[in-house]
Design a protein around this ligand. Structure first.
Ligand SMILES: O=P(O)(O)OC[C@H]1O[C@H](OP(=O)(O)OP(=O)(O)O)[C@H](O)[C@@H]1O
Ligand SMILES: O=c1cc[nH]c(=O)[nH]1
Ligand SMILES: [Mg+2]
Length: 210
């Protein structure tokens, strides 16, 4: 099966990512720019959605016009930082269904701890786009995708703002069928498994905790 990382190198994406990385960026600015950025990322991650056609009438004549095929998309936010990406995605696709996977990374073991799971019905018939700004060791991403597959999801893509090479390797080896879309693949993880150069702790930066 395919194992792909797609880097979204659009200049607007890269510029806004720099604003987020900058330690001087305030919490409110971080949230605002992340929302703008997630709209652009959503545009790229949905670029190859399948289309079908529907018969309509323009004011001048009938036509077979393109419309999205299949059931409504499902976005899944990996709480809590995933919510920062989710809002902009919903601006672009307001009809999407939304699932939530509550998960935090244990700072000692670096393993994800799940505390919540709620997803829409018929996951097997939907394209599922999982969103979490950070893919560091990849354990949280892989754990969230494990759970979604158990719940029936078959056609999954993962959207992360930033990813580390180690985490991508780990994720792709567990889920070779799930492409990862990201704005940047950074250099490495530090001794606490934070992404370098990164942007710090995404949840803390967007919610002003810590
Ligand atoms: O790839 P990993 O090494 O698993 O790390 C990435 C995870 O860490 C962050 O969440 P965090 O645990 O800080 O939870 P939060 O979103 O509640 O802040 C991030 O949003 C990912 O979910
Ligand atoms: O760099 C990192 C790694 C994990 N989680 C974050 O929020 N940032
Ligand atoms: Mg956090």
């Amino acid at each position: 099966m395919q194992s792909a990382t797609v880097v979204i190198d659009h200049p607007l994406v890269q510029h806004k990512l720099t604003v987020l990385r900058d330690r001087e960026t305030s919490t409110s600015k971080f949230r605002g720019v992340l929302r703008e950025l997630s709209l652009l990322l959503a545009y790229e991650v949905t670029r190859d959605l399948p289309l079908t056609s529907r018969r309509i009438e323009t004011p001048l004549e009938p036509m077979d016009a393109p419309v999205l095929e299949g059931k409504k998309l499902c976005f899944v936010s990996v709480l809590r930082a995933g919510n920062g990406l989710l809002e902009g995605m919903l601006d672009l696709v307001p009809t999407a269904r939304v699932g939530h996977v509550g998960m935090y990374r244990d700072p000692e073991t670096l393993e994800p701890v799940e505390y919540y799971f709620k997803v829409p019905a018929s996951l097997d018939e939907r394209i599922v786009i999982v969103v979490d700004p950070m893919l560091a060791t990849g354990h949280s991403a892989a754990g969230a995708v494990d759970r979604l597959k158990q719940a029936g999801a078959r056609d999954i893509r993962f959207l992360a703002l930033l990813a580390a090479p180690e985490g991508l390797r780990a994720f792709h080896s567990r889920h070779p069928d799930v492409p990862v879309y990201t704005a940047a693949v950074d250099r490495e993880l530090n001794e606490k498994a934070y992404i370098l150069p990164g942007l710090g702790d995404a949840g803390d930066r967007m919610f002003g905790t810590k």
